[in-house]
Design a protein around this ligand. Structure first.
Ligand SMILES: Nc1ncnc2c1ncn2[C@@H]1O[C@H](COP(=O)(O)OP(=O)(O)OP(=O)(O)O)[C@@H](O)[C@H]1O
Ligand SMILES: O=P(O)(O)OC[C@H]1O[C@H](OP(=O)(O)OP(=O)(O)O)[C@H](O)[C@@H]1O
Ligand SMILES: [Mg+2]
Length: 279
């Protein structure tokens, strides 16, 4: 039975649970549950703090897990990223009082507060910048105002937490993070099945099915507008020189594509969601 680590709390937990449910797995009924068995899919879920997931997976106690790339790198775990997932996007940045810092060099000898001491320490030593790191558990943006640090390094999503504390971003992007699937057992077939299911959910999020009718003389032009994943499925329409086309298109482009197809001469253009996919 495949043992899967899932975030029990925090920013990643709800999206991870939604994604696994869409992929056909059992979830928690009570947010206090720590272990959920899913015998139908031959898996068992362990609800853990996202920061601890890389440690459990790296040690081999659990087979695979969902966590953040930043947390994986901070943990120094031997687990590896096997798939980027489509949630939990953030950047990891330095910030300081407005106008106080100008690039990495200006950090030399300063105190930098962070909850990700290894990640930030590794990055700064690669860049040859020596600082004093101050480890804090969270709310690190308050460390400057309270005089515990000169600058911070933290997760930034919208930037509103920084702004409220009178801080601004400076220096290069330390890391682009995302939720990721991690494991040490890269060729386990059961992990392959899980990965394909999650990939299928992401395809269902990103693509829709488009059907339209078209004079057959326009197939080549229409195929340039909607080339599809591999190529469009084209079926004859009985008793006419029109064809029916079925093709996957990126959800984000749906309306522009419908406009372009209509202008070309397509009619009866229909869009429907994809509930699941195995590509
Ligand atoms: N706005 C955000 N705030 C915090 N973490 C975020 C955000 N967006 C994405 N993440 C990602 O979520 C992970 C952090 O999750 P974690 O549960 O440790 O912290 P949290 O969501 O801030 O919860 P907590 O309240 O326990 O601090 C990291 O991988 C981080 O990159
Ligand atoms: O750029 P923003 O959209 O403002 O989001 C980023 C902030 O959100 C998180 O804080 P959280 O509320 O999780 O508190 P924490 O620092 O105690 O973890 C993160 O640590 C940043 O502080
Ligand atoms: Mg947090």
């Amino acid at each position: 039975m495949l043992k899967i680590a899932v975030p029990n709390k925090g920013t990643l937990s709800e999206s991870a649970a939604d994604m696994l449910r869409e992929a056909g797995y059992a979830g928690r009924r009570d947010p206090k549950e720590l272990i959920v068995a899913d015998p139908r899919n031959d898996v068992e879920f362990f609800y853990l703090r996202p920061r601890d997931i890389a440690t459990y997976v790296g040690s081999g106690a659990l087979d695979v897990g969902i966590t953040g790339r930043d947390l994986l790198l901070d943990s120094h775990s031997t687990a590896q990223e096997i798939k980027e997932l489509d949630f939990g996007a953030s950047t990891f940045r330095f910030a300081g009082p407005i106008g106080a810092f100008d690039g990495l060099e200006s950090l030399k000898g300063k105190r930098v507060a962070t909850s990700y001491t290894s990640l930030v320490g590794d990055y700064l030593s690669q860049q040859g910048v020596d600082v004093t790191l101050i480890h804090l558990d969270g709310a690190v943006e308050s460390a400057v105002r309270l005089g515990v640090a000169d600058a911070v390094a933290d997760v930034v999503e919208t930037g509103s937490t920084l702004r409220k504390q009178g801080l601004e971003i400076f220096g290069p992007v330390i890391l682009q993070s995302n939720a990721v699937l991690i494991s040490t057992r890269l060729d386990d077939p059961a992990i392959g099945t899980l990965t394909r299911r999650l990939q299928g959910v992401m395809v269902a999020h990103q693509y829709v099915l488009m059907d339209y009718d078209l004079p057959s003389a326009l197939i080549d032009q229409a195929s340039q507008i909607t080339p599809g994943f591999e190529s469009p499925t084209i079926s004859p329409l009985r008793g006419s020189d029109w064809v029916a086309v079925r093709v996957m298109v990126p959800r984000h482009d749906t309306n522009q594509l419908m406009d372009a197809l209509y202008e070309l001469g397509a009619r009866a253009i229909l869009v429907s969601p994809i509930h699941a996919a195995r590509i």
